[in-house]
Design a protein around this ligand. Structure first.
Ligand code: FES
Length: 180
């Protein structure tokens, strides 16, 4: 079986749920906590299996953030680069006292080029082929070659103001499924 056939088969299995179950069991064996599928992001048309909860990870504290000044993060593993940003006004998926803190993968869903944050319109732009994603609209793609919205982290803020990532709602670039 060719590499292309293997990838197509893996994707079909993932979409049918069979791959998710098998991969989730593997993740549990590797890190002691299995990924769990949860509901899709409202209003994006996404399907359930794409939104997967990972072991939670602390990203920063609300005191570390300044409005419109993103910080680099990685979740759910060091190769999965992302950004955490306080937008200054409430947005979908926003957490914290102002409901304005969001985080996204910073790898373009098209071919994995890095994304650059543009403070003037709060978008992320791909440095490869220039796809653009709106941070104020849950990572919705607004231009370009990519064929999915940007993966957004589901975040939680505890009483001390620590910000934790707990899931990702779209398939991360380069992964055949959203599991560790
Ligand atoms: S890698 Fe981003 S649009 Fe192609």
């Amino acid at each position: 079986m060719s590499e292309m056939d293997r990838r197509a088969l893996a994707r079909r299995q993932f979409l049918s749920g069979a791959g998710l179950a098998a991969a989730g069991a593997a993740a549990g064996a590797a890190v002691g906590a299995s990924a769990v599928a949860v509901e899709a992001k409202p209003g994006t048309g996404g399907s359930g299996p794409a939104l997967v909860s990972y072991p939670g990870a602390r990203l920063a504290n609300v005191r570390d953030l300044k409005i419109n000044a993103p910080v680099d993060v990685a979740y759910p593993d060091p190769d999965a680069l992302g950004i955490l940003v306080k937008l200054g006004r409430p947005v979908p998926g926003g957490v914290g006292p102002d409901g304005d803190i969001v985080a996204f993968s910073s790898l373009c869903p098209h071919r994995g080029y890095p994304l650059r944050y543009e403070p003037s319109d709060r978008t992320l732009t791909c440095l490869g082929h220039y796809s653009r994603f709106d941070c104020e609209k849950a990572g919705q793609q607004i231009w370009g070659h990519a064929t999915q919205n940007l993966p957004q982290y589901r975040l939680r803020v505890d009483e001390a103001g620590d910000i934790y990532a707990e899931s990702v709602d779209e398939l991360l670039y380069g992964r055949v499924s959203n599991v560790l």
